[in-house]
Ligand binder design. Sequence first.
Ligand SMILES: NCCC[C@H](NC(=O)CCC(=O)O)C(=O)O
Ligand SMILES: NC(=O)OP(=O)(O)O
Length: 336
Amino acid sequence: MKHVTHIKDLGPEGVEAVLAQAEAWKQKAPGSLFPGSILGMVFFNPSLRTRTSFEAVMLRGGGSAIILDVGAGVWKLEHREGAVMNADRAEHLKEAAPVLSRFVDMLGVRTFSQGGGDEEDEVDPIINAFRKWATVPVVSMESAREHPCQGLADVLTLREKFGTTKKLPVTLTWAPHIKPLPKAVPNSFLLSAAAAGCEVRVAHPPGFELHPAVRAEAEAYAKATGGSITYTHEQDEALAGSRAVYAKSWGPTAAAAFSPNDVTALLASYSGWMPTLRTMSRAAKDAAFLHCLPVRRNVEVADEVLDHPSSRVVDEAGNRFHVQRSLLHWMRSQSR
Ligand SMILES: NCCC[C@H](NC(=O)CCC(=O)O)C(=O)O
Ligand SMILES: NC(=O)OP(=O)(O)O
């Protein structure tokens, strides 16, 4: 049984296989890939793209999807072993995951960071509880540590524009927000771009470092694929010569050390990091702009960037369908 909840479940070879199949099927659609199969989708957090793209993959492949919103028509779920369940969580994943596995062929799970800090996100407790107790393959729809399907769609988008991602200079830049957001998306872009051999430059203000374990993993992929990774606190330095600018907001490294008011003030103090056309002018002439969406216009990214022809954000979201169709098929082939 093959779970894919983190890029390490694929490795650079798996990333390559899934992307190659996604590209091929984008050119020539396959026949019915999932006839009679059911994907169960468990959402602890909201979604527009992930929800519709996974369901579309199943419906267009001749299968179907059952969507559960935890806490909205479905019992709130406990994942901690040994928990005394005397609060609002009525059901434990020890039962819920194997029970759901009786009804569906695969399980997708979306569960953001619980806000317990980067160390807890590293452990990724909820998605790993599904891995432990489900008896069907589990696919991540974004968890605390990673959003692998987003990373795959990001790389496919780069590949389509530039032909290859080998040694492609790309900048992952931190962007401002009104609240501290999870690090799953920046982690996944870093890991996927490194696994695809990109020259990744990461720019963020001091205090927004990504977890050392994520950085070490990305470094290992870059080493294996001929890519490279550099980190800077100067956005302009990263942008010079970049062929793509990937903007994403994320919270401070030691989020737990700040009061909510302090975090808001800290985020506001870096409003100059919002990408504008001036930001894009520092990158290569043909640079593409990427963002996972949803994006808060004129807080995280200026209208003039999102509305500019260089913006690939809608194509990037559209590629979620293509990488997920390929990924679910790959997982099934690995499980047999
Ligand atoms: N799945 C894509 C991004 C999801 C999430 N964004 C958000 O929660 C945005 C919420 C807001 O803007 O209020 C994140 O950053 O990981
Ligand atoms: N990018 C992404 O995962 O979007 P949703 O949160 O809308 O699914």
